[in-house]
Design a protein around this ligand. Structure first.
Ligand SMILES: [Zn+2]
Length: 282
């Protein structure tokens, strides 16, 4: 077992990460260049952003602000390699009731899944991967940071970054996600030029967000609801979590936020749709 003190420290580090990573001095995202005209849309080829200068992995933060009230809810399924014993002892890193709520509310959503989570919950990974309401993308294998200083998360070396992302894709497919999307969310949202360069051969678009829900370790669902409703703009990408133990209010938040945003005229979309809109924008 992990000593409680260490667990609390890790929890706080993650909370700090999620609270701060929108303003953590990350480099400017790569230019959102439109797709080449030859890249005709295909149902089997999800849209990606064109690479940045020098082939750098492109970074997506939100969709167009001027194409109507569309918003993407995204859920990170975090799990680290050393959390297996905690899961075995009964800690829930999954959140089936949240997924049930999204299904009941008919909200399309994008799940950024760690490989380790897919290994722990293969039936859920498979179910999400086969449900057209959802798209499953990559959140690394074991939630290690891709920069040296990412709020205390253990770090992946630059020479292992590509391997880590590919290992996560392999774990997702092994668990039964047939077509994980070519989108990668950096653990903690931490990235730099070196990380973007390390992943440029993988063909992923890095997906950040513009609205931090604040659901990580929150106990007051109303405060999270307020933060989301105050933050959402047309084209927004909201980051939330799909793990009961670290984000216990998220289902309640979704049940409150979804009808309210619909009342305000918003439509829910997956990240792929916002990326497609971004590519089509001139
Ligand atoms: Zn995460």
């Amino acid at each position: 077992m992990i000593p409680p003190v260490r667990r609390i420290a890790a929890a706080c580090a993650l909370a700090a990460t999620l609270a701060a990573c929108g303003t953590s001095g990350a480099p400017e995202p790569a230019h959102h260049a439109p797709a080449k005209p030859t890249a005709s849309p295909s149902p089997t080829r999800p849209p990606v952003l064109a690479p940045g200068p020098g082939g750098l992995t492109p970074v997506f933060e939100h969709g167009p602000r001027t194409l109507g009230k569309t918003v993407a809810l995204t859920f990170d399924a975090d799990m680290t390699a050393d959390e297996g014993p905690r899961a075995a002892a009964g800690e829930h890193f999954d959140n089936p009731d949240l997924i049930g709520a999204l299904r009941a509310l008919k909200v399309p959503a994008t799940i950024f899944m760690t490989g380790r989570w897919a290994e722990q919950y293969p039936a859920q990974a498979r179910s999400l991967g086969h449900d057209p309401q959802f798209e499953v993308a990559n959140h690394s294998y074991s939630h290690y940071a891709f920069t040296a200083d990412c709020y205390g998360l253990p770090t992946v070396g630059a020479d292992h970054m590509r391997q880590d992302v590919e290992r996560a894709y392999a774990a997702l497919r092994q668990a039964g996600v047939p077509r994980p999307l070519p989108y990668f969310r950096f653990p903690g949202g931490c990235y730099d030029r070196q990380a973007l360069r390390a992943l440029q051969g993988v063909g992923v678009t890095a997906v950040q967000w513009d609205v931090i829900s604040g659901d990580a370790f929150a106990t007051d669902a109303d405060a999270v609801v307020e933060q989301v409703l105050n933050g959402v703009k047309p084209g927004s990408v909201v980051v939330m979590h799909c793990t009961r133990s670290a984000a216990p209010t998220t289902e309640r938040v979704v049940r409150a936020v979804v009808p309210e945003l619909r009342k305000r005229g918003y439509r829910f979309a997956k990240v792929s749709e916002l990326i497609a809109e971004t590519n089509g924008r001139r």
